[in-house]
Design a binder for this molecule. Sequence first.
Ligand SMILES: CC(C)(COP(=O)(O)OP(=O)(O)OC[C@H]1O[C@@H](n2cnc3c(N)ncnc32)[C@H](O)[C@@H]1OP(=O)(O)O)[C@@H](O)C(=O)NCCC(=O)NCCS
Length: 149
Amino acid sequence: MLDYKIFDPSNPPKEDERKEIIKFLHTHLDQFRDTPEAIGNAVAYALGESSKPGGFILEGKEKGETVGVVVINKTGMESYIPDNILVYIAVDKKFRGKGYGRELMIKAIEMAEGDIKLHVEHDNPARFLYQKLGFTNKYMEMRLLRGKK
Ligand SMILES: CC(C)(COP(=O)(O)OP(=O)(O)OC[C@H]1O[C@@H](n2cnc3c(N)ncnc32)[C@H](O)[C@@H]1OP(=O)(O)O)[C@@H](O)C(=O)NCCC(=O)NCCS
């Protein structure tokens, strides 16, 4: 069982903890990662900064070492879009395949109120984890990309 640190608008991380979370995600999201700036924006959103609806950040630790991090953003659109977006989940490479990703997902699902939406690339094996936990893909996601990085 992991030890958890939970950050949300009423309990934001200290500056060094925030930097560590962003660095952790940027390192361990591997090829699915975003820029540190984008990750920082999702973290700021989860903390309800700039009047955003908020969410939470779950940090799973073992013997003081960070094993994995989940970031949830609330949408504030619950009557027409799921209540929450699971923006990021990453487990440190050296801790993968031991059930920690599953444990973090179960904890995040328990904590999030309402439905959860997530985005996963077709070739990311993380989709097996989501499917095993009951996530389905009734909808096809389509995007109109306008050249912005
Ligand atoms: C996805 C990730 C969080 C999974 O973490 P993990 O600790 O290795 O996962 P677990 O050991 O808890 O495995 C959970 C389940 O998913 C399945 N699974 C995990 N990785 C898998 C893989 N590469 N292929 C097939 N199944 C896989 C396992 O079989 C397991 O099922 P079980 O509980 O029935 O045994 C981790 O691989 C990761 O950080 N990946 C890089 C970042 C990433 O892709 N994040 C998701 C972006 S959408």
